[in-house]
Design a protein around this ligand. Sequence first.
Ligand code: NAD
Length: 321
Amino acid sequence: MYIVPERAIADLMTRKAAFDAVEQVFAAMAAGDAYNFPVVREAIGHEDALYGFKGGFDRAGLTLGLKAGGYWPNNLEKRGLINHQSTVFLFDPDTGKVRAMVGGNLLTALRTAAASSVSIKHLAREDAKVIGMIGAGHQAKFQLRAALEQREFDKVIGWNLHPEMLANLEEVATEAGLPFEAVELDGLKEADVIISITSSFDAILKADQVSPGTHIACMGTDTKGKQEVDPELLVRADVFTDEVAQSISIGEAQHAVAQGLIAEADVAQLGAVINGAHPGRTSAEQITLFDGTGVGLQDLAVASSVVELAVKQGIAIEVDF
Ligand code: NAD
């Protein structure tokens, strides 16, 4: 089997490779060639940690495996380690033998950013110029960097509950040679594309704070109870997701569905747009919303891609197992 340690990922994995892997696996999911297994997530009663598994099988890409890991809230303070910890295990679908063990921390940020980026490619207006960010934490920087590659943006605007963190967004905008402006939530009406990536449990953005023609990627809501936008926005918008079952149970759509404002059938798979089975955006006035819940197959897709790169470059550690 191969081992690709966390420390090797940054030099190996590119945003383009992550984008391609995620776009392909979303397409395979919508075509019925790939499916995610039910998610296991447990509070283990030790170190306040949440631990779990996300797995799946992609018959088209022949990727089988799981990501194991979770959130250890005391890591940073007690041990100088990051709080999110995960490892991906890949198995040979022909034999069941373990194929690879791959550091999953950086890959998680890259695959999450790739998901919203794929949604922007397929759903945002071609002439989008202003990108608005809600959230300015660890993931937000990855999100913004990946999004900026999808359209000819000329300005970044952002709002965050903790304004001191907005410097994170400004840094990425400056890197890309773009101006950055901190705005109030009403100011997001100027945005053609919005990404929300917070750990909020209440709606932040109201439906009337989004202009016609906007594409919004809601990326922070990945657990029951979390929420970033007014459920009314999901009524106004055409809603897309990575995985419908997750969207309506742990994603942003959970609230609109629970309140009876939209039905499961109103949520479409982004993969169907990629495959050409769904028209996606059909007018310049339509609001499109991508509910990115994060699926195991995304992790497996980027891990598989990184193993390939590591083997090619002679960086993968091979062990007899
Ligand atoms: P982080 O701790 O680095 O940043 C959290 C962000 O949320 C900050 O901008 C903070 O100001 C904001 N925030 C915190 N509490 C808030 C509140 N009550 N209301 C509004 N904003 C609040 O976290 P991160 O690593 O950037 O992750 C952000 C979110 O993304 C988390 O909810 C995480 O679970 C989620 N996430 C989703 C996926 C996915 O695939 N969809 C993948 C990874 C992380």
